[in-house]
Every structure is written in C-alpha cells, then in structure tokens.
Design a protein around this ligand. Structure first.
Ligand SMILES: NC(=O)C1=CN([C@@H]2O[C@H](COP(=O)(O)OP(=O)(O)OC[C@H]3O[C@@H](n4cnc5c(N)ncnc54)[C@H](OP(=O)(O)O)[C@@H]3O)[C@@H](O)[C@H]2O)C=CC1
Ligand SMILES: CC(=O)N[C@@H](CCC(=O)OP(=O)(O)O)C(=O)O
Length: 345
C-alpha cells in the first residue's frame, strides 16, 4: 500500500519513517510538508539517508487520493481539524496523531486546547485508537484519532481496575513523567538543554489537555468517574513516559488477585506486559518498542493500589500505536512491522 505522512519532519513523522521502513505491506511512502516543499527528507533527518530519498511535497487534499491509500497526520493541533474530513471524503483512511479529534464534546476541546474545535460530524466519525480496548471499532474505521501519550500509559494501567469497578474512582491520582521528545522537535524554553538537563519540572498543573481525554474514556468504562487528578512532569531524558497511578481499593485485594486480574485482561495482547510480584518497569525497558509494561502493588496499610505503567512516548504513545491501528484498519496481523525488542541499555 501507499502511505502519506503529513508532518514528516517532526518527531512523530520521523518515528513513522523508522517503523514503516520495515512494514511488509507498505510499498511507498509519500512525505508532505506545510513549509519545506522540495527539501529532501535526508536534510531534515540524515539518519534515514539512503533509506528514504524522497523530497517533501506540498499538501493538496484534492489530489492526495491519487498518490496514497492512507494518510498519517503527525501535525500540531488545528491541522487535522481542517484536513482530516476532506482527506477521508477523498477516499483515504486517516490516522491523526494529534488531539484534534479525541474529545467528543467540542466545548471541552475548546476549553482545554484554547482553540476552535473540529466540526462535530468529523469528531463523531473518528474512532479512538486504543487497540487493546477498542479493537472492533478500529477495524471498521475510516478515521482514527490516535490517543495521547500520557492517556495511553494511564488508560492501559487503569482499565482492568476501572472496568471491573474495583477502585473508588474519586481517589484516582496520576503522577506522570515524560522525556522531552514528547514536546516535539521545535525548541522551546521548557525543553531547552540548559533548562531541562539536571532538572525535574512539573508543568501545566491541573491544566494539561490530557486530563479530559483520560476522563472521557474512564467515564465510558464506569459512569461513576467524574474527575481525576493528573500532573505531568518533564524528566531530563529523550524518550519514555512513566505514569505512576494511585487509587483506593473498594475492598482489600491480594497481590495474587491483582496480578491475576491484569494477566487475564491482557493475556492476548501482544504489546502489554505485566511484571511479576515485586518487580516494576523502567522506561528503558520499553525504549524504542511498542510495549506498555505494567507493575502493580497493593498496600494493606493504606488500602491503596499503585500501578506503574511505562511506554516509549514516540512508539506506543504515538507512531507505533498509529501503525498498530493501520494494521487493524487494513486487516493485517496487528503486530506487523512492530516486532521491536526494546533497545537496552
Ligand atoms: N512527540 C510525541 O511523543 C507525541 C506527539 N503527539 C502528537 O503528534 C503530533 C505531532 O507531534 P510531533 O511530531 O512531536 O511534533 P513536531 O513539532 O516534532 O512536528 C510537527 C510537524 O508538523 C508539521 N506542521 C507544522 N505546522 C503545520 C501546519 N500548519 N500544517 C501542516 N503541517 C504542519 C511540521 O512539518 P512541516 O513544517 O514540514 O509541515 C512539523 O514537523 C502533535 O499533535 C503531537 O501533540 C502525540 C503523542 C506523542
Ligand atoms: C513532554 C511534553 O511536552 N509532552 C506533550 C505531550 C504530547 C502529546 O501527546 O500531545 P497530544 O495530545 O497533542 O498528542 C505535552 O505535555 O503536551
């Protein structure tokens, strides 16, 4: 198949290039740009020299169907809201890595993203692309809204407990940490080396746009969910997210039962791995891979469950999950092109 990437010069785009290169069903990759028409991708990313030799093309939604079968949008907020509908109408499947189509209520989008929402019909057409919990809808979708990186780690970490109504949902607290690649390729004051190196920062306290995204899916799983507490932090590393999640158990639960619950929930999932008792995952253990690794424990003293969920933000948190969705949408085996052993150390 022929695949287009809008936003190929960004980090999400770069990771798509790495992963699509080893996808057996992708014969051609067309790279689109809003600002660098005619530039060779190697100028932006020498690490793909001789693998990709394409020049970047400007985007023309009326002719895109003649060039590709499906399109990834690895673009900032606002771009997908404008283009995804037209690209889908032209007949291409669309996978949007941005947050434009994730929130079902446009008012909620406008409050948290502080910009105009996509047309409601487009939002309703988009399917939330969390394969482990939305597989059948993804298979039939024309437009996928790929989940945010923090919500991916958090929702995979919370799903078995929330779906089985085993925790007091008002008690959920998510303490999340990310590497700087989550902020994209454009430099900023917060990700500048001198600001970030040997530093540890909390940011967007109570205001992060992933709060309503996490709440929305948790509410689908248990209508009792209203609000959660989520705070993101920036860690001086490039890739990786760790979400440490705390919640009060409704009833005491043994370590064995807790682990059994998660092992059962994810027993057929190629990309979710549950750690044995007493073992907790580190970000390096999923680096460069599409895995989400989860560790769990119950504290008898406090009645709280702690879940540690780690992903590589650019892979399972973005481009890897997007390819997992491509596979489902096109009837390919779900892990095609994604059998990546994490890079260690
Ligand atoms: N980085 C991560 O870990 C994750 C990112 N995401 C989301 O994925 C999307 C892409 O992220 P990321 O790759 O990190 O971002 P980057 O900032 O690294 O790249 C975004 C790319 O979008 C293109 N772009 C910018 N403005 C426009 C425009 N007006 N129209 C079309 N294209 C435009 C640019 O390419 P050009 O100038 O060539 O057009 C740019 O290279 C974002 O929405 C982000 O929030 C989601 C999960 C994780
Ligand atoms: C470290 C860092 O800055 N991370 C980004 C998360 C990127 C992401 O997933 O954003 P989307 O929801 O737009 O896809 C952030 O906090 O905004």
């Amino acid at each position: 198949m022929r695949v287009g990437i809008i936003g190929a010069t960004g980090y999400g785009g770069a990771e798509l290039l790495r992963l699509l290169n080893q996808h057996p069903h992708v014969q051609e990759v067309v790279l689109y740009t809003s600002s660098k028409e005619g530039m060779n991708i190697q100028e932006s990313y020498p690490h793909v020299s001789d693998i990709y030799t394409q020049t970047l093309k400007s985007i023309n939604v009326t002719t895109i169907k003649d060039e590709v079968d499906m399109v990834f949008l690895a673009t900032p907020p606002g771009v997908s809201a404008e283009w995804s509908g037209q690209i889908a109408e032209a007949g291409c499947k669309v996978i949007d890595l941005s947050g434009d189509l994730r929130l079902q209520n446009p008012d909620v989008y406008e409050k948290w993203y502080k910009r105009e929402a996509a047309p409601l019909a487009l939002i309703k057409d988009a399917v939330y692309g969390l394969p482990e919990w939305n597989r059948e809808a993804i298979k039939k979708a024309q437009i996928i809204s790929n989940p945010g990186c923090y919500p991916t780690a958090t929702l995979l970490g919370l799903a078995p407990l929330v779906k089985n109504k085993l925790i007091d949902v008002e008690s959920i607290i998510i303490d999340a940490k990310s590497g700087t690649s989550g902020a994209g390729r454009s430099p900023s004051a917060i990700t500048h080396f001198s600001e970030m190196n040997e530093n540890f920062k909390i940011y967007q306290i109570n205001q992060h746009k992933h709060i309503p995204e996490i709440e929305q899916t948790l509410q689908e799983w248990d209508e009792k969910v209203e609000t959660i507490t989520f705070q993101p932090h920036l860690v001086p590393m490039v890739r990786g997210i760790m979400a440490t999640i705390y919640a009060k158990a409704k009833q005491p639960i043994s370590e064995e039962m807790l682990r059994h619950l998660y092992k059962e929930a994810y027993k057929n999932e190629p990309f979710v791995r549950i750690r044995p008792e007493g073992a907790y995952p580190a970000t390096k253990e999923v680096y460069g891979s599409n895995y989400c690794d989860i560790g769990l424990t119950y504290d008898e003293r406090t009645g709280r469950i702690t879940i540690v969920s780690v992903i590589d933000n650019v892979v399972k948190g973005a481009s890897g999950q997007a390819i997992q969705n491509l596979n489902l949408m096109h009837g390919f085996e779900e892990s095609t092109g994604l059998s990546l052993v994490p890079m260690y150390p």
